[in-house]
Design a protein around this ligand. Sequence first.
Ligand SMILES: [Zn+2]
Length: 294
Amino acid sequence: MSNLTFLRRPPFCPNPDCDSRTDPTTWRFQRKGFYPRSQPPHRIQRYRCSQCGRYFSSQTFATTYWLKRPRLLELVFHRLVACSALRQIAREHRVSHSTIRTLSDRLGRHCLLFHERLRPKSTPTEPLVLDGFRTFEHSQYWPMDVNLVVGPSLFVYGFNDVELRRSGTMRPAQRMRRAVLERRFGRPDPDATRKRVEALLRRVIPSRGEVVLRSDEHPAYVRAIARLRDRTILHEQTSSKAARTTRNPLFPVNLSDLLIRHSSANHKRETIAFSKRRQSALYRLAVWGCGATT
Ligand SMILES: [Zn+2]
């Protein structure tokens, strides 16, 4: 987690309407002194855009922008991948649990950007392993899969979410409740897995790329791959009933699933720390991708 306070030069003008945003190569700025603050570093460099005149500072580009307790950010990052729940972290640092939640979301957004910067933009050189990690948001009536694409190196190439319909055995009252909820909020798209896996593979594998992709025998994966005609994907399937040992071709993704549950309080089984919102679950997964696998 790099705090950009010590950057030698700001990367661009933060004013979205500034002319320099269309052509950043000729951008000029002036140093305009410092302002003091109570948290270290106590002197913050100020700047002025020579083009639009907007004032800003090195904090404008920092992960700790506008935070009253900037040091919490790194401490919370480590706690989030150490299986602490939000209230436990909050108690340790004597803040509200909602403060930890907003820090978790902020970290997630930065981790997504950081991951996007590191992710290879060319065809991955190792086989890819794809699987859906089953979890839920808000309540068991809103199950979802997180599609994960990882390599044997355990690098997470990408992930996204899929809405699912609650399935499995249900009591009559639960079945009725599901019907009520579906009438009110709509029924999840039955083709969602195919659509989301297709989108994920399109992002991870560039056009005309050639890869070996390993997965279980989920029929939606086959349909998703069939639509990616401009990519050469050698699809190797393994039954999900095969022993989940290190020799299993799906081992990288099986291990990732295990580590997600081991490292993230919101994905533990039978927990009250489950994610209440899907967005927060995805942000937290991005933190896991940058923190627990490195
Ligand atoms: Zn400007």
